[in-house]
Design a protein around this ligand. Structure first.
Ligand SMILES: Nc1ncnc2c1ncn2[C@@H]1O[C@H](COP(=O)(O)OP(=O)(O)OP(=O)(O)O)[C@@H](O)[C@H]1O
Length: 491
């Protein structure tokens, strides 16, 4: 093998199959010292599989795996990855939910032992959180399971960059900003640039192409388990990157968020809700057929508001007005969204059971037909909808959750940052689907950490400290206004 010392990683012709599915079809990849390498590709292209190979959590079927010039093929595992200074921030976060932030940090550092280890681990993770995410609001004694998904993501990222003297050469970040708002995403990406300039290497996997284009030295494009293009970041434009991923997306489609104008008030109010802390009487109001955006910094009450509306619909609480059946697309799919032991079809159909009952039992043919219809409609990438849901890539799991809500009889769809990890081509199709459904009379309450998505909404409420601080119709929406409202001190 001709692996040079300046390459931290050299992969040659790496393959990986899961049963009949070819996840990696012979991948060549080099990671240089001191570079930020972007990795993009459609949902199911093989990005996470490749990163699991590098993290030592998956063994490839064939191929050469060289680290710092040494051929470690066949004897590479998680321990070897750690010893060679390779860490991974996984898309499906890997923190232990029943342990504290400090205890989770300790897991990476077996040398942190003896009297006071917990305090030292706590200080280490707090310092790293302060460095990457100033104002993060996480305490080392917080139990992971009690933190929001955004804060968990921050802890997992900070942990990957902690050091107790062992070498750290490469940090792999798989969709690291998927649950972070624009401000914390910016903090992370600036930090990545800083450490890369100091000689560390990072691999950044993201469906937010702007991040990859702005922050990566080189970009590798994967398609159907293969690397199809590798070029310096500066050589790509958004269009050429999208085209390399295999999506034919018209530029107008990217920028065009127009939909028919509906005059507010011409359809009845179906949701009217306010938080207990809201003193000025402002309320979140949704009329039938509207797409309502919930914006602001992550963790400022948007998810709480969606859950309040959901609870009101389920328990028929009188304090909130919620007219019509609701479905929720959960933001934290691993904890609140997917049924891990069920098939993809069962996961899609679970919110539509009433419509599938024949002679008192769920009709498996009806369930399979519903699954197939949504597989085609939303392009869930699998050879068989009867496979377990966990056999899907992250973005495809998210599509299945979307299908579950849209396939149901719900008239009001609550979406808690639902596009986490969904690729750019699919996102545009889902936006169209949402607009189509809204035009048929469905109402959407849509919390998103991606400002661009708000341009699909008729009306956006900005949240700060648990209350609504701005109420923006689509023609008044701008990123500046959202940020201004998100930070403005209370009067
Ligand atoms: N444990 C598994 N069992 C079966 N199939 C799997 C498994 N893990 C991944 N796959 C399949 O391998 C292929 C590549 O998946 P992978 O997760 O690497 O894609 P990805 O590019 O990371 O996608 P995403 O952008 O959605 O995260 C997909 O077809 C996926 O369904």
């Amino acid at each position: 093998m001709n692996a040079s010392q300046s390459h931290i990683v050299t992969l040659e012709n790496v393959t990986k199959h899961f049963g009949a599915v070819r996840a990696l079809g012979g991948v060549d990849l080099k990671v240089h010292a001191g570079e930020c390498l972007g990795l993009v590709g459609h949902n199911g292209a093989g990005k996470s599989t490749l990163m699991n190979v590098l993290a030592g959590t998956l063994s490839p079927d064939h191929g050469i795996l060289g680290i710092h010039g040494a051929d470690l093929s066949g004897r590479y595992n998680v321990k070897a990855a750690g010893e060679n200074g390779i860490r991974c921030v996984f898309q499906e976060l890997s923190l232990c939910p029943n342990l504290t932030v400090a205890e989770n940090a300790r897991i990476f550092h077996p040398t942190l032992t003896g009297f006071g280890w917990k305090r030292r681990a706590g200080n280490m993770i707090r310092e790293k959180l302060d460095e990457i995410f100033p104002g993060h609001g996480v305490h080392p004694d917080n139990v992971i399971g009690d933190l929001s998904i955004g804060k968990r993501q921050m802890v997992e990222i900070a942990r990957a960059f902690t050091s107790t003297g062992a070498p750290l050469h490469l940090v792999i970040l798989d969709e690291p900003t998927s649950s972070l708002d624009a401000v914390t995403s910016g903090q992370l990406l600036d930090f990545v640039r800083k450490v890369v300039n100091q000689g560390l290497s990072c691999i950044l996997i993201s469906h937010v192409l702007g991040e990859v284009l702005s922050y990566c030295d080189r970009i590798v494009v994967m398609k159907d388990g293969l690397v199809v293009e590798t070029r310096p970041g500066a050589d790509f434009t958004r269009d050429t990157l999208v085209a390399a991923m295999g999506n034919v997306v018209e530029q107008e489609e990217i920028e065009e968020h127009e939909r028919r104008e509906i005059q507010r008030g011409t359809t009845p109010i179906v949701v009217e809700a306010r938080s207990d802390a809201q003193r000025d009487g402002a309320a979140l109001v949704a009329h039938r057929g509207e797409i309502i955006g919930l914006a602001g910094l992550a963790g400022h009450g948007q998810t709480r508001m969606l859950l309040k509306v959901y609870d009101a619909a389920m328990r028929k609480r009188k304090s909130l007005k919620v007219d019509g059946p609701v479905a929720l697309v959960a933001g934290d799919r691993q904890t609140d969204g997917i049924f891990h032991l069920w098939s993809i079809s069962q996961n899609v159909g679970v919110r539509s059971l009433q419509s599938m009952i024949r002679h008192g039992l769920i009709d498996p043919d009806a369930e399979a037909a519903l699954g197939r219809a949504w597989q085609a409609r939303i392009k869930i990438r699998t050879p068989d909808m009867n496979d377990n849901i966990l056999s899907l890539s992250g973005g495809n799991q998210q599509k299945a959750l979307f299908a579950r809500a849209l396939a149901s009889d719900a008239e009001i769809i609550l979406m808690d940052d639902p596009m986490r990890g969904v690729d750019v081509g699919t996102k545009l199709e889902v936006y169209d689907l949402i607009r189509e459904e809204a035009e048929k009379g469905r109402t959407f309450l849509w919390y998103t950490t991606e400002t661009d998505e708000l341009y699909n909404c008729d009306h956006t409420y900005v949240f700060r400290d648990g209350v609504i601080v701005a109420d923006l119709p689509r023609d008044q929406l701008s990123e500046e206004k959202i940020l201004h409202s998100s930070f403005k001190e209370s009067a």
